[in-house]
Ligand binder design. Structure first.
Ligand code: SF4
Ligand code: MG
Length: 313
């Protein structure tokens, strides 16, 4: 059976001129197999860094501590040789920056068929047919002509869908998708949503979908985790998070959607910046005196969700 992915007390820090800066800050959570879990938050909230640390794809300058279990295997300390066997085959990645992950001097066909044949699931012929089918699913009407080209001949939106196809090529049990709809128009966004749903239904793939596309998160995901400054501040079913957000930051994110009033989250109040309490304190309209002194822990909600805010203490 496909195992859960369990993160325990993960921190990822980088050394900067101003001292260490932590993109992920003591994060613990379990992504359950058989579900599509969304991770949302503004850019810089630590979503991608969390995803990349699972596959150890961060630059060497990142200081990573904590544990990430894939079943019984601890991903952060697994010998690289073992980790490479998992990458792609057991945990597929749809990376955020398509141009960095496509090979500019290798035809699309070779890249996708090699990904399919690497772990020995199919021979070359069958792999070529499957590559074409995968591209068709992702909205390419003429997959044969696309397969004969290079990534630099494609638009950004095409390459975004190509890396998605590439990430799913080995039919991994788990897929980590980092902003799979970034830069796509509404029609193509919808297409990506449909394919991910199909893949999930047909191959029972479990997924971690990192996105700031809240509509995608709502449509696609079973549950949603909200990150703010490297901390997990809210976690619940997708319906609860989108319809009844509890954390003031989550509520702010949702109310900033064009369809929900487009009210921006306030900028930090400079008078509140030097504090030791809740990370959202400088921007929070619901802040209480206590919030500037003390950091809240996780409070369980009656429906099984969790929120890191004193309003629910
Ligand atoms: Fe706002 Fe206080 Fe809740 Fe933090 S703990 S989100 S400052 S109300
Ligand atoms: Mg990101």
């Amino acid at each position: 059976a496909v195992p859960n992915i369990e993160i325990r007390n993960l921190s990822v820090c980088f050394e900067t001129a101003q001292g260490p800066a932590c993109a992920v800050n003591g994060l613990s959570t379990t992504f359950r197999a058989g579900r599509i879990s969304g991770v949302i938050g503004e850019s810089g909230s630590g979503k991608s860094v969390m995803g990349m640390s699972l596959l150890r794809l961060l630059p060497n300058t990142a200081k990573v501590t904590g544990e990430c279990f894939f079943g019984a295997q601890e991903l952060l300390t697994l010998p690289l040789r073992e980790l490479r066997k998992l990458r792609g085959a057991s945990i597929g990645l749809i990376p955020q920056n398509p141009n960095a992950s496509l090979d500019p001097v290798m035809k699309i066909k070779k890249q996708i068929t090699e990904a399919i044949t690497t772990h020995g699931r199919l021979g070359k012929r069958a792999a070529e047919a499957e590559a074409a089918e995968l591209l068709r699913q992702f909205g390419f009407d003429q997959p044969q002509s696309i397969l004969g080209q290079y990534s630099f001949q494609m638009s950004g939106g095409m390459n975004q869908r190509l890396v998605s196809a590439l990430g799913l090529a080995c039919r991994p049990g788990w897929v980590i998708a980092d902003e799979p709809t970034k830069g796509l128009d509404a029609v193509l966004r919808n297409q990506v949503y449909t394919v991910l749903r199909q893949i999930y239904t047909q191959h029972h793939s479990s997924m971690i979908v990192i996105t700031h596309d809240l509509h995608l998160a709502r449509q696609l995901c079973d549950d949603i985790r909200v990150l703010y400054m490297g901390q997990l501040i809210e976690q619940d079913t997708a319906g609860e998070v989108m319809e009844r957000p509890r954390h003031p930051y989550t509520a702010g994110l949702i109310h900033s959607l064009p369809s929900r009033g487009m009210t921006p989250i306030p900028a930090p109040d400079p008078a509140r910046l030097s504090h030791r309490g809740c990370p959202f304190y400088p921007r929070c309209s619901k802040a209480m005196e206590r919030c500037g002194r003390e950091a809240p822990g996780d409070f369980e909600l009656p429906d099984g969700g969790k929120v890191r805010c004193f309003l629910y203490a």
